[in-house]
Design a protein around this ligand. Structure first.
Ligand SMILES: Cc1cc2nc3c(=O)[nH]c(=O)nc-3n(C[C@H](O)[C@H](O)[C@H](O)COP(=O)(O)OP(=O)(O)OC[C@H]3O[C@@H](n4cnc5c(N)ncnc54)[C@H](O)[C@@H]3O)c2cc1C
Length: 673
């Protein structure tokens, strides 16, 4: 495996680490022995260590949920001591040999088996090597296929996806500009500021693979920390000059004769309009843009303070009677965060969620040793990410896939893996509230785990935890349906008036994709017409027939659920594919690329077929925004992470129409102001 991209700025070089022995020994004492062995191989370049220690290191003790498994036996302790000496000997020298890189796939395969404690099918390794920061994008771009300046890009959104597209554009030599309707960098990590907003995917793998950072303060960082990460990314990759804030794309029109998109952009502060032309558009606009409210009469009549989590503003909650409507990911973060500030909290739950316990000690803080090791022990960060990502991948797919034999004898869970996670959550309910108690009954879902997006308790059973908050005497869990909002509060279907000072709507966002933008394609048809009735479909790279040179990242059926990855995985993988398509345009001397209807339909037929084996078409008891009103699953991808990654590596030319038209004008033509 080579470091491919000839022009790439992603060097993936692991710098020489020279450290003091005392310090090194202290921190090494916390490393799982299998990871110590693979790092020892890297720093010594001595692969015979695998023969010597492979059967002595045991399996990794830690897992991505924060559980520390089984005690270590004496053979492992002995191996750990010897490997510690070996690593100390290597890393305390000033003159070190270059570290062993991951170029020999057979060797990497052996190391992978040791790092995760079981067999890893080598066919998965290229994806893991890229996504865990060992090797960059595999593409070797020939210097003769440099993109012409006329193939300029407009990127929508300065969240994770838009920034990744910008990094890739710069790396591959494309001209680009990014249009962001908000005033800053970060996407939802900029705009979502509700109390407790935080990532609920492990930080060790919820970051861009070429920009892993050893510095996360928490295993599940708060939103602000994640926003800082994205801001630093923009600075480091020198994107900031290309970012246009307060710039909302309101309309896009494909001009076929000129083979360009014309974008109408509104300045959200000055309220002026301008138009910009770009040969291609990559959308990183996300799919959550507008707050969603339940259909309850009287919402505007409430006399107190009413706020949606997605439009948070400072509110004085001290001594107030507050309500949180909704117990999804945002709802439970708010509840856990504000419970100790209010006088009384009413939690309105439409449907119980499965909640994964938070097993990390010390409020989920990443320990000092862990951070030190990620920075100073070469390849430790990469293998830690590998382990976490692998664990999630394997479990996640099996957890969502219906096992036909299993369901013959189980009424709720759909596979052994699904049952294992469900039992963990069920035990969490019963251990906390007592089996059969009123709260346990109300909190136990009647659908299989994963039927709707599972959520993670932001804290343990202590202040800052969700179940802890629910156990407090001043917090009530209300399961009666909302009937109407009145000036004094909320009336529920059982006739109770819940008197309130503050209502917090944690009722999610509309699944918008690009519907707020009028996008007119090649034949004058709009994307909203093609996707009418909440029925969006795309081919790979977020391409749609009739919409040349448009790549809708984070589009329908690309959600990460079955892949067990973070959103970053889909972001990078889809952006990669979009750039491969653009590279094809360059290499073919074309001006536009458009997916054929046939390829698009066949891909979507495949999605529907695979969905039949997955939980969401089987489990209808769960209300989920993954499903549209006709029952079609529109958000998650049905593919395994590896399959998804593989099919996104190179476009199949036969799936596309490549056209060569006259593209008028040069790079950016502002045709109005
Ligand atoms: C509260 C919350 C928590 C989440 N936690 C996780 C998690 O822990 N793990 C995980 O994997 N995923 C999580 N997600 C999913 C999440 O959407 C992604 O992880 C990710 O950050 C989204 O990045 P993005 O760049 O694709 O979209 P966004 O972050 O939504 O960014 C889109 C950007 O496009 C801009 N934009 C939209 N329309 C226009 C327009 N017309 N003109 C100009 N700009 C426009 C928006 O202002 C925004 O800045 C979470 C989502 C939410 C809402």
């Amino acid at each position: 495996m080579s470091d491919g991209n000839l022009r790439s700025r992603f060097t993936h070089n692991v710098p020489t680490s020279v450290v003091a022995e005392d310090e090194l020994r202290v921190h090494l004492s916390t490393v799982d022995t299998p990871l110590l062995l693979v790092c020892a191989v890297h720093v010594t370049g001595d692969s015979s260590l695998l023969d010597r220690f492979a059967d002595k290191v045991g399996i990794p003790r830690s897992n991505v949920l924060g559980v520390v498994e089984a005690p270590v036996d004496s053979a492992t302790l002995q191996a750990n001591a010897e490997l510690t000496d070996i690593v100390c000997d290597a890393l305390t020298k000033r003159n070190q040999n270059p570290y062993l890189r991951t170029t020999d796939l057979a060797l990497v395969a052996r190391m992978a088996d040791i790092a995760v404690g079981t067999y890893v099918d080598p066919k998965n390794l290229p994806m893991y090597m890229e996504q865990c920061g060992f090797a960059p994008d595999q593409r070797a771009i020939s210097p003769t296929s440099t993109p012409p300046a006329t193939l300029n890009l407009a990127i929508i959104g300065a969240g994770m996806t838009g920034l990744d597209a910008a990094v890739k554009a710069a790396d591959r030599g494309f001209e680009y500009e990014v249009f962001e309707m908000e005033a800053g960098i970060g996407g939802l990590w900029w705009s979502q500021t509700y109390p407790g907003v935080a990532v609920d995917t492990a930080s060790v793998y919820y970051s861009l693979s070429y920009e892993m950072t050893p510095d996360w303060s928490r295993h599940y960082p708060v939103g602000e920390e994640y926003g800082r990460y994205l801001t630093e990314l923009a600075k480091k990759y020198e994107l900031t000059d290309r970012l246009h804030f307060n710039s909302e794309v309101t309309q896009m029109k494909w001009l076929d004769t000129e083979q360009v998109w014309e974008l109408t952009i509104e300045d959200t502060v000055e309220h002026t309009i301008r138009t910009v032309r770009a040969a291609a558009v990559i959308s990183g606009a996300g799919h959550f843009n507008r707050p969603k409210y339940p259909d309850v009469p009287g919402r505007e009549s409430f006399a107190g303070t009413s706020v949606h989590t997605a439009r948070w503003r400072d509110i004085d909650l001290a001594g107030k009677r507050a309500a949180v409507i909704g117990v999804g990911a945002a709802g439970i973060q708010v509840i856990a965060s504000i419970a100790d500030q209010v006088e009384h909290l009413a939690v309105f739950q439409r449907q119980a969620h499965w909640v994964i316990p938070n097993l990390f000690p010390d409020n989920g803080k990443v320990g000092d040793s862990e951070r030190w090791l990620r920075r100073h022990l070469p390849y430790y960060q990469q293998w830690s990410r590998f382990l976490a990502f692998w664990q999630m991948n394997v479990i996640s797919y099996q957890m969502h896939k219906v096992d036909d034999d299993w369901i013959k004898t189980h009424s709720l869970s759909i596979s052994p893996e699904n049952d294992m996670i469900m039992q963990m959550s069920l035990n969490y309910i019963n251990d906390t509230f007592g089996e059969g108690s009123d709260l346990a009954r109300k909190l136990t879902p009647d659908f299989a785990f994963g039927g709707k997006r599972p959520i993670r308790d932001p804290g343990r059973f202590e202040p800052g935890g969700y179940y802890y908050a629910l156990s407090q005497p001043h917090v009530d869990l209300v399961t009666s349906t909302l009937s109407r909002v009145v000036p004094e509060g909320i009336v529920t279907a059982d006739g109770t008036l819940h008197e309130l000072d503050v209502i917090i709507w944690a009722t999610g966002m509309t699944l918008d994709w690009l519907s707020p933008i009028e996008i007119v394609g090649r034949n004058g048809v709009t994307l909203n017409q093609v996707w009418a009735d909440n029925n969006p479909r795309t081919y790979l790279g977020g391409t749609v027939p009739g919409f040349p040179n448009l790549f809708i990242n984070d589009g329908p059926n690309t959600g990460v659920a079955t892949g067990g990855a973070g959103h970053n995985f889909m972001t990078e993988t889809v952006d990669h594919y979009a750039f491969e398509c653009l590279q094809l345009v360059v290499e073919c001397g074309a001006t536009s690329i458009e997916v054929t209807q046939q390829a698009h339909d066949a891909h979507n037929d495949r999605i529907e077929e695979l969905m039949l084996d997955l939980i969401w078409t089987h489990e209808h008891r769960a209300d989920t925004y993954y499903r549209n009103q006709t029952g079609r699953i529109i958000l998650p991808s049905p593919f395994t992470a590896t399959d998804f990654w593989d099919m996104n590596q190179r476009p199949d030319k036969s799936a596309f129409l490549l056209r060569a038209g006259a593209r008028a004008g040069a790079v950016r033509q502002d045709v109005g102001a």
